[in-house]
Design a protein around this ligand. Structure first.
Ligand code: ATP
Ligand code: MG
Length: 444
């Protein structure tokens, strides 16, 4: 077999199956295998040459000894080139995982050009996040970036698993909506034939329209918010993990949030050990803590935060709460009705009620979720829409859905990228977003 560049990307030997790096075991000592992957690192010593080969499952040390016919060639392969290796498994005390592969032959399937950004695995990443995002597909070659998205995959999968196993029905609400929405200011307008339409800022109205019949619904959906600010915690396109439950109040769904987040974190700990190590993150299953809004404001004032009653909790407040209650999901409930959306139900039906059944969940120094019990009584709904200066005519179908046998219900929404950011202590939400959409970025 001849070693040469193979521009068509043909594989070596159709009879030999590819082995993934994490499938190589001690018991395979002496076995000939075929590996496909990327040149991760080359160590050029005088009598021995090492290549670290990477695939999505791991990294393995390959070696070539003086006298091999390609001994001098292989060290010249540019980093990140795609190669196919035929080699023999060798147990070795010196090798990083106690095992290495002696190269028998190799093919360059596709040679990488000069890399526009370095792929740095250890120490400080000197390239700016913005430049890394410009070359996101190359940035995905780094173990750190791969680890974030492997963990994010475990988050969405375990979220689905938890709710599916607890009898929830997964729904697919629409993403293009008419002008009727939660309030017009934060929407992206799109042309929809002769009409104007908008990208959904949340699946809120649709999940409520389903839950009064389907009882327990869940969804993971993209949402768009045309907020002009550019912060480390906001995107203009993000994903939400949502639930809505019939015959439930805010406490029922806070308990569901707590249990599902604990389940997700347990799954990440069990299945993403390698990725957590790469990111140097030690996770604990969080406890939960319940505080009323008033208790929270008092506590924050006691801790020297400048706040007025009736204020939203600022980012420093969220960070402070998480310092005070470590490894805890903090539920702040009993919010003033005034600062919660129109669909959040008042605590009582008293006309002068000022407290709502809305809540926020704070974890890892940041708000990860908002939720609450919703309004299912048409007259209350119309009043609350008007109180928020919204026109009930624009919500006709939504309001009508509560006229024919609507149950009381509650739900919440966790921002996927926000949760990933909190869990993995990311400095910027864009780190946990494959191709972020923000005020300045629409490409790639
Ligand atoms: P915040 O106060 O943090 O700006 P919010 O209260 O406006 O968020 P909600 O409408 O409660 O947001 O949205 C539910 C969840 O979706 C939030 O708790 C958060 O996890 C996430 N989220 C909200 N806005 C954004 C955004 N612009 N980018 C990314 N995630 C977001
Ligand atoms: Mg919120």
């Amino acid at each position: 077999m001849e070693s040469k560049k193979n521009r068509r990307g043909d594989t070596y030997n159709k009879k030999m199956n590819r082995t993934y790096i994490n499938e190589i075991k001690d018991s395979m000592d002496g076995k000939e295998i075929l590996l496909d992957g990327w040149i991760h690192e080359i160590r050029d010593q005088s009598k021995i040459k090492f290549i670290l080969l990477r695939d999505i499952s791991g990294i393995i040390q390959l070696l070539s000894k003086e006298g091999d016919k390609f001994f001098n060639e292989i060290v010249k392969i540019p980093r990140e080139s795609v190669v196919e290796i035929k080699g023999t498994v060798k147990k070795s005390k010196q090798a990083p995982n106690g095992i290495e592969v002696l190269i028998k032959d190799y093919k360059i399937l596709n040679e990488a050009q000069t890399l526009p950004i370095p792929i740095v695995e250890k120490g400080n990443i000197s390239t700016s996040l913005s430049k890394r995002l410009d070359y996101r597909s190359l940035d995905l070659h780094s173990l750190r970036t791969q680890s974030i998205f492997k963990i994010e995959s475990e988050i969405t999968n375990s979220f689905r698993r938890y709710f599916y196993e607890n009898g929830f029905i997964e729904i697919q609400p629409p993403c293009v909506i008419s002008s009727a929405s939660e309030g017009g200011t934060e929407l992206f307008k799109v042309k929809y034939f002769e009409k104007d339409a908008y990208l959904a800022q949340s699946p809120q109205l649709y999940k409520q329209m389903c839950v009064t019949a389907l009882e327990k619904v869940t969804m993971i959906v993209p949402v768009w918010r045309a907020e002009k600010h550019n912060t480390i915690r906001h995107l203009n396109e993000s994903r939400q993990m949502d639930i809505e439950m019939a015959f439930a109040d805010e406490f029922t769904v806070m308990e569901q949030l707590s249990k599902s987040v604990q389940y997700i974190i347990k799954s990440v700990i069990e299945k993403c050990e390698r990725e957590l190590n790469i990111l140097n993150i030690k996770l604990k299953i969080p406890k939960d803590k319940y505080l009323t809004y008033d208790e929270t404001i008092k506590l924050l004032k006691k801790n020297k935060l400048k706040l007025e009653d009736g204020d939203d909790i600022p980012p420093e407040g969220e960070r402070k709460l998480c310092e005070l209650f470590k490894d805890t999901i903090i539920f702040v409930h009993d919010w003033p009705l005034k600062i919660k959306p129109f669909y959040i139900v008042p605590k009582t039906l008293d006309k002068n009620e000022k407290i709502s059944r809305g809540f926020d969940a704070i974890y890892g120094g940041i708000e990860i979720s908002s939720g609450g019990q919703r309004v299912h009584l048409v007259d209350v709904l119309i009043k609350q829409l008007k109180d928020k200066k919204l026109n009930p005519d624009n919500f006709k179908h939504y309001i009508n859905s509560f006229r024919y046998g609507a149950t009381h219900h509650a739900g919440w929404s966790i921002g996927l990228e926000r949760f990933t950011m909190a869990l993995l202590e990311l400095e910027n939400i864009r780190e946990g977003t494959l191709f972020p959409r923000d005020r300045d970025r629409l490409i790639p």
